[in-house]
Write a protein of this length. Sequence first.
Length: 85
Amino acid sequence: MRGHHWELIFVERLPSGDCGEMDPIGVPGKEIRVSLHQTDIDIIDTLIHELLHAALPDICEEAVTETATDIAKVLYRLGVRVDNE
């Protein structure tokens, strides 16, 4: 994302109980972690949400949340689904 690399990790659940989380840019070996314990559309939403944070870290949480949800809805309507096998 914009010249930085995160490893994308899908986990059954996050210890924090959150749906997704990402390490800040300065962390060596940084990761984006997304919980699979969600519906398909929520996994897509969470992934987009974390990717927006990675790409545009200065955007406020409200804008990230609204934009991620809007994009997830469009992708879901186009048939995007999660194959978590």
